[in-house]
Design a protein around this ligand. Sequence first.
Ligand SMILES: [Zn+2]
Length: 321
Amino acid sequence: MSFSMQVKGEVARLPFELQCCRWAELAALARVLGVVRLGKQKMLVMETEAAVVARRIFLLSKKLGWSSLITINRYSRPRRRRLFTVQIPLVKQQHYLLQDLGFVDRDQVLMDTLDPNILEKNCCRKAFLRGCFLGSGFVGNPNNAYHLELSFKTPAGAREAVKALASFGVKPNTREHRDGYEVYLKEADQVVEFLRIIGANQAVLQVENCRVLKDMRNQVNRLVNCETANLEKSVEAGLKQVAVIEEIQSLAGLGVLSPALRELAELRLLYPEASLADLGKLLTPSLSKSGVYHRFREISRIADQLRKKQSMVKRDGSPNN
Ligand SMILES: [Zn+2]
């Protein structure tokens, strides 16, 4: 099951809260899924492939005193799927569903934005966002990337979601595309906050676990990077030492070195890429890393002297002294 469906399953099973929040959640579901069907009896029709969502709509409307009807259609093309259709009558004993949901005014005229009373309270804004997510939301698997989006047919729906999110300090991005409007979040903190707002506590834990694992992996990567960088540095140093030793060899021969320095110089020629610590272990008796370092400094001092002598010889033309 996708992470998205898992989160929907979790929030669709949350207990029903206050009556005000039920209206807000159903208004959101109607906003993202609803179509008004005119006929003998006018109906608000909502279609979804998720059984849990159809069940949630059915139970919400029942708790609000509106009976609904669910039908299931099975399709095999273009792919196998089930489509649940929930229908709620628009009028019932002088009650108007769209008015209760905040879509139309007293004169049954469609309003540009949802009745502000519906989204006035914090509890209701949370329920509204939950409804939006159930109806049209998608959240990516946190193992891959952090991404959560809500799709709307109208700009009004997108605006309402952005406003509700802003009241909780979440600032989403929006974009318009061929089929409607999208409100989306790309940052882990914001995705977690959204899941917390809609009451998906299991999902919050799961995303946080993923984050911890990812952080640990990044830390290990950083350590490995540092180690390779150090290793490269030591290889470079080793090759410089080889050059110095070869210089001594050509200027005066390794015989000018004391037996201890000569042993180290010969080992370095054999193992140009070995670390100082490893070379120290090969010496008899073995020597610490800093001991080896000091011997190399001694070797380069000798090379410096030989170089100076050589340049003096060239200037004087007299080979001795
Ligand atoms: Zn409420």
